[in-house]
Ligand binder design. Structure first.
Ligand code: ATP
Ligand code: MG
Length: 327
């Protein structure tokens, strides 16, 4: 069952006319699905995620397209209706959840408040639900101790667990996790990702995982979106994208993964850099860096072609053909 449908989403910066920050993003999300969003810094991952919950900062606005969550148009809903959805059926975990908590309130109380806001439970039931989510995020023997801590008393990993506990407290249909593990060491990172996996299974929650770490996306998600300079350039199953990418940008990202190099061999990096925010590029935005760019790539705007049958999409007129990709 499709629970989120994003169609031709574009976002622009209001103060600078014509500065498009996100352009023509389309995808769907099914119940219980894990979807990855990958792309270099500044490619529009966070802005896209925030727009899904209608949480864009004041200088940004959705200029085109639609976002439908369970049939509700998120761009046209009133703030009052959105308040009922956020943190309830649709929640988000930030990169640094400790800073988004109230520093003066014990974490247990903050979880209780999120539950109280959205569920009609008595005090005892709310408390039980709080203990249950603390246990879900791995605080089994020490949940009371954690319940009584202030945010600054938490370690990075504990803070991330509390962020997840707050996000799942009302049993949402979708959780967005924006770089949830970037600030953590590898071991804690894996624990947190495994935890998200357990939650995805237990509650059949769909998870949108944003990361610039390709290995995290490969291990965790079923489907992926690859973003470049505000555009969606490739989408499909994670397995296909990682084994036979069709877009040259995706191939470039994969080719620079350290695991694809022998010890001592220099790691390849993609030539060029992401365009500057004020650069205007005619035609394909990746063409200045693309090894297979043709003259016509620079002359025309490239449409994102979505194949609805197998749910794959590509924004390239000269894609890599099946089997011609070599790591
Ligand atoms: N509030 C804002 N006002 C204007 N422009 C913004 C705002 N927030 C982000 N942007 C611009 O939107 C583009 C996309 O930013 P975004 O934060 O979504 O990138 P990202 O892919 O999440 O990068 P990172 O991996 O660094 O988190 C960037 O060019 C950024 O400068
Ligand atoms: Mg970001």
């Amino acid at each position: 069952m499709i629970i989120l449908k994003v169609k031709n989403l574009s976002i622009k910066e209001i103060s600078k006319i014509n500065r498009v920050v996100v352009e023509d993003v389309s995808f769907t999300l099914k119940k219980g699905e894990a979807l990855g969003i990958v792309g270099e810094s500044g490619s529009g991952k966070t802005v896209t995620a925030m727009s899904l919950l209608n949480l864009l900062s004041e200088d940004l606005m959705v200029s085109n397209g639609s976002i439908k969550f369970l049939g509700i148009d998120m761009c046209k809903s009133s703030e009052k209706d959105l308040e009922k959805i956020r943190g309830n059926q649709f929640s988000i975990i930030f990169q640094n959840p400790i800073s988004s908590l109230n520093p003066l309130m014990k974490v247990g109380k903050q979880i209780l408040e999120v539950i109280e806001k959205h569920q009609n439970l008595n005090k005892k039931e709310r408390l039980n639900r709080t203990f249950e989510v603390l246990s879900d995020v791995g605080f089994k023997d020490n949940f009371l101790e954690i319940f009584n801590k202030y945010p600054h008393e938490l370690s990075g990993g504990q803070g991330q667990r509390i962020g997840i506990a707050m996000a799942i407290a009302n049993n949402p249909k979708i959780i967005i996790a924006d770089e949830p593990t970037t600030a953590l060491d590898k071991n804690i990172q894996n624990q947190i990702l495994n935890l998200l996996k357990d939650i995805q299974k237990k509650y059949e929650t769909a998870i949108i995982l944003i990361s610039h770490d390709l290995e995290v996306i490969e291990n965790f998600t079923e489907n992926s979106l690859i973003m470049y300079f505000g555009q969606l350039v490739e989408s499909g199953t994670t397995k296909d994208i990682f084994s036979k990418p069709a877009h040259h940008y995706t191939a470039g990202l994969l080719a620079s993964l350290p695991k694809n190099f022998k010890k001592g061999e220099p790691i390849k990096v993609m030539s060029g850099g992401i365009p500057g925010v004020n650069d205007i590029i005619e035609g394909c935005v990746f063409s200045p860096r693309c090894p297979m760019s043709l003259e016509k790539c620079k002359q025309q705007k490239i449409e994102f072609i979505l194949n609805e049958k197998n749910n794959t999409g590509i924004r390239c007129i000269n894609p890599i053909k099946d089997n011609s990709y070599e790591k």
